[in-house]
Design a protein around this ligand. Structure first.
Ligand code: ZN
Length: 297
């Protein structure tokens, strides 16, 4: 969101800003050559994906975003169609409490563009508030469940995003930000709600894909683990049937350590023994006559 469009910084503040932004330029730029504006990069409110940045993450982003380039949706590679952040700060709104119960805090970025003939229209759009939405892309190494605190990727829990557990609303807390890649403007009609509409991606597309694959592998691991446990229980049950074994012994300890292949082989052995046992019982001379029962109907 482009902010403080009409704000005219005082001479002293302007000098500070020019000094800051000139750290990123090849030659020293003057006030007339640059267009300065502020953007609301991200905040600690729970977004539409059920994720929010922790306050620590916002602090990390504040440092990481300085010097980063912003692009504009309609012309991502165009010359002079980029802006750069020369400073950033966290701004709090004590009046506003987030859904997670924190004081609303957002990361405000101070950006500049070098004025050219080519970007005159673009600057007018920003100045006119047409380009309001900003999306950012960064890498968050920690993504924890707000209810139980477990990491969603390493140890997925059963809590569902958007559901309430007691007085807690389940969402993902993004923390441990390791990198900030870029920020970009998305054009939306000026009359649209003036609030921040977050569109951040937690990672780049490549990293996102990696994350998805990682998640799939983890899901598969969880499934395999469950199947292995079911197999182990089946083996324990069969041993009870075949050997009448209920107490922990050396074999049950060995079963605990068996891999799926060993478990399958052992189960097969037990099944064979169970079959023989059943047949032996049926052939027993003192076994009750069962054929009569079938003839009743
Ligand atoms: Zn959880």
């Amino acid at each position: 969101m482009a902010e403080n469009k009409t704000e005219n910084p005082g001479t002293e503040e302007m000098e500070v800003r020019l000094a800051q932004l000139n750290q990123f330029t090849r030659r020293t730029l003057t006030q007339e050559e640059v267009f300065l504006f502020d953007v609301r990069l991200c905040d600690n409110e729970i977004d539409r994906d059920g994720e929010r940045f922790s306050l620590e993450a916002l602090e990390q982003l504040k440092t990481l975003f300085v010097g980063k380039t912003g692009i504009f949706d309609h012309n991502p590679k165009g010359e002079n169609q980029t802006a750069r952040l020369y400073a950033a700060e966290l701004v709090q709104d004590p009046e506003r409490i987030t859904a997670a119960g924190e004081v609303y805090t957002f990361l405000k970025g101070h950006a500049y563009m070098v004025r050219t003939d080519a970007n005159r229209d673009l600057i007018r759009e920003i100045d006119g508030g047409i380009k309001k939405e900003v999306s950012i892309s960064c890498a968050a190494a920690s993504q924890t469940c707000s209810v139980c605190g477990s990491d969603r990727r390493n140890s997925p829990c059963s809590h569902r995003i958007g559901q309430r557990y007691g007085d807690k609303l389940c969402h993902v807390v993004l923390g441990d930000v390791t990198d900030a890649y870029e920020w970009s403007f998305v054009a939306v009609p000026a009359q649209r709600e003036a609030g921040v509409t977050k569109q951040f991606r937690s990672e780049t597309d490549g990293a996102q894909r990696c994350k998805q694959l990682e998640q799939q592998l983890q899901n598969r691991d969880v499934l395999l683990n469950r199947m292995q446990n079911a197999l182990r229980q089946d083996v324990v049950r069969l041993r009870f049937l075949v050997e009448g074994c209920t107490e922990k012994d050396a074999v049950s300890a060995a079963v605990e350590r068996m891999n799926p292949e060993e478990l399958l082989a052992f189960r097969e052995t037990l099944r064979t023994r169970q079959k023989h046992l059943c047949q032996a019982q049926l052939k027993r001379p003192d076994a009750p006559e069962q054929n009569g029962a079938f003839r009743m109907t």
